[in-house]
Design a binder for this molecule. Structure first.
Ligand SMILES: Nc1ncnc2c1ncn2[C@@H]1O[C@H](COP(=O)(O)OP(=O)(O)OP(=O)(O)O)[C@@H](O)[C@H]1O
Ligand SMILES: [Mg+2]
Length: 325
């Protein structure tokens, strides 16, 4: 069985469009070129949740667009279920659903359901089939209550779920999700992650390729991943192997309800840690002692007030959260 996705030495260079003004000023000037991806290679197996982890501008969206046949690579090749994206785009498009982070691609004055009908006809579904499929997806994505409201009235979470519904219209076995939780609050993000794992992947067996810049998100739901940096793959493998092999990995710290830790960034041998710690010096002292006892060295420590997101995260993790309606 071929890999669900196989990328070999894939490269992409964008040629920036020159403005009319620039063309009149410098008619023979060369258009600026941006190298978005270089020598990308990885393999996604059928049925797995595979992560593309990287900071802004690292090439995640470009890579997903290549796999969804929206952008052509300049070098190497990408195969989806054994089919080359550059030569079999129609067949590949049938296999891949692309969920973009860009909500401008919907019609704001149409309802969610009308949007789905419209895109279903673009996928070649007949009117009756489009209606049935839209109804199925509206209830699968928990949008039944708002399906007949205009798209512009939707919350970010609803927009994101409608974007997933749209990508599922033609029932593709592979889903490319571009930062699906980017504009969601932590609780909505957690629900969506659960939906991706339990429904899309486990229940329906879809292969998921998920782009994110959030290491915790990747750790939580991806089995394996590649780490992209400025268009290069800098690491790949299982999440455990990648995080364990990173320089500056924190010594294993004991779980303690007084703190929650997130690894933010690694820079050479340094790990920068963002920790939410209960107020009062005792918890912080114990945390720092834990790092030292585990063989770590503390280079610097500074205090920052919690963001709203972090407070939400902690509330959501706590036991006292009321039931969802
Ligand atoms: N249409 C385009 N024309 C020119 N350059 C582009 C175009 N699209 C992307 N780029 C450039 O390619 C590089 C990779 O961009 P890309 O959007 O793929 O990264 P990303 O990892 O998705 O970033 P983000 O996290 O911000 O979404 C960036 O330098 C970006 O400026
Ligand atoms: Mg992007």
């Amino acid at each position: 069985m071929p890999a669900a996705i196989l990328a070999e030495d894939l490269g992409k260079i964008y040629v920036k469009r020159r403005s009319l003004r620039e063309m009149t000023r410098r008619p023979f000037g060369r258009a600026e070129r941006v190298t978005a991806l270089t020598g990308i290679g990885f393999e996604v197996r059928a049925g797995e949740i595979f992560g593309l982890l990287g900071p802004n501008g690292s090439g995640k969206t470009t890579l997903l667009k290549i796999l969804a046949c929206l952008v052509l690579p300049n070098a190497g090749r990408a195969l989806v279920d054994g089919l080359d994206v550059a030569r079999h785009d129609r067949a590949v498009k049938r296999l891949v659903g692309f969920v973009t982070a860009d909500e401008r691609s919907f019609y704001w004055r149409l309802t969610g359901r009308e949007n789905l009908h419209f895109f279903a006809t673009l996928y070649g579904l007949g009117a009756a089939q489009a209606r049935t499929r839209a109804d199925e997806l509206v209830s699968a994505m928990d949008l039944a209550g708002v399906a007949d409201q205009q798209f512009m009235s939707y919350s970010s979470g609803m927009k994101q779920r409608l974007a997933i519904a749209r990508a599922l219209l033609h029932d593709p076995p592979i889903l490319c999700l571009d930062e699906p939780t980017r504009s969601l609050d932590p609780i909505a993000a957690k629900h969506l992650r659960r939906f991706i794992v339990e429904e899309l992947n486990a229940r329906h067996g879809r292969t998921i390729l998920l782009a994110t810049h959030n290491l915790q998100e990747a750790e939580e739901i991806c089995g394996r991943l590649v780490v992209l940096d400025r268009g290069h793959v800098i690491r790949q493998g299982s999440v455990a192997a990648i995080t364990a092999g990173l320089p500056g990995r924190l010594p294993r710290l004991p779980d303690d309800p007084r703190w929650s830790l997130g690894l933010e960034r690694r820079d050479g041998d340094l790990a920068r840690v963002d920790a939410a710690v209960d107020r009062g010096g005792v918890a912080l002292s114990d945390l720092l002692r834990g790092i030292l006892d585990g063989g770590g060295t503390i280079q610097a420590c500074s205090r920052r007030e919690s963001s709203l997101q972090e407070i939400f995260d902690r509330i959501d993790a706590g036991p006292a959260r009321p039931e969802e309606p």
